[in-house]
Design a protein around this ligand. Sequence first.
Ligand SMILES: C[S@@+](CC[C@H](N)C(=O)[O-])C[C@H]1O[C@@H](n2cnc3c(N)ncnc32)[C@H](O)[C@@H]1O
Length: 330
Amino acid sequence: MAEPAPPIDQTTLRNPPNDTPDPPQALSKSAHKRLLKQQRLESKKAERKAAMKEQKQRESERKRREWEEKMKGLSEEEQSKVLEGRRLVRNERMAKRAEERGLKIERLARAKELGQKVVVDLDFSDLMTASEIHSLAQQIMYCYAVNGRTTSPAHLWLLGCKGEIGAQLQRLPGFDKWMIEKDDKSYIEVLQDQKENLVYLTADAEKELDELDPKSLYIIGGLVDRNRWKGITMKKANEQGIQTARLPIGSFLKMSSSQVLTVNQVFEILIKYLETKDWKTSFFQVIPPRKRSEAEVEEDGENEEQEGGHDQRKRICVEESSHDKESIPA
Ligand SMILES: C[S@@+](CC[C@H](N)C(=O)[O-])C[C@H]1O[C@@H](n2cnc3c(N)ncnc32)[C@H](O)[C@@H]1O
């Protein structure tokens, strides 16, 4: 028989712990300055996006004109040869993509049966601003994308998938077809009968993760808050009487700032660990060099290639353009 979940004190959860001040009602001078800075950054980002879009349009227009010019100079026979060549290349590309898609579906289907279960707790919508919720949706999209590419995917659960975050996720292309579990109910309701296997990952936990236990379900707090809600996941897990653990970052590297990572970084570290069974490699491949201390980066020359791997990965990831230091807050 499943043990019933203790009632959760939502009021205390929604309030930061006593040692942190309540978010100010009227903006302080520095908060106002920060807000203005954020607005300036966002407007610059929108300008950059519009300029890039225009440049892309000009480029495709130029290519189209070049193509037309090229075709004009050819005989009918030559034209049909060029067109046939193009068709072949396109068909090959489509076949390769279909094959990759098939393999990805196989891997994710296997993960559904046997993969490590990782839950994202989406029950924090009312603690975030609209742009933080947007950022969270992007981070989750990134989690799903990297999970589909890895050889040992996890089985992703999005629980508490409702409200603004639910709506934003629903707008992501293909979201309905994602091979995940999702429910608008919270994890504590959905996983009631597995409570003893739930482990809430939180940077504030005393216990350090040693390895990943296939029986456990690891929960990541779906929160983008620049740690404004310091300790909230720890408090929630304690109130619900579930286990907590932090990533063993300190045992492997020095961080230049706090050890609080973004949702997608934590998720990616977990799947890298599933692939490599090596925390150090997982941290070095995922945690951006700017978040590690200078000494650590210099000391660890052997990891240069991995850091390169990180940069390479960054280039292809969805968050690259919009989510570097300022815009992918933890
Ligand atoms: C941006 S953080 C949210 C920070 C939030 N103030 C809190 O109290 O959890 C997003 C989530 O990533 C996970 N996380 C971040 N850093 C972690 C770490 N060093 N160890 C374990 N989990 C971590 C936690 O689940 C956390 O809720």
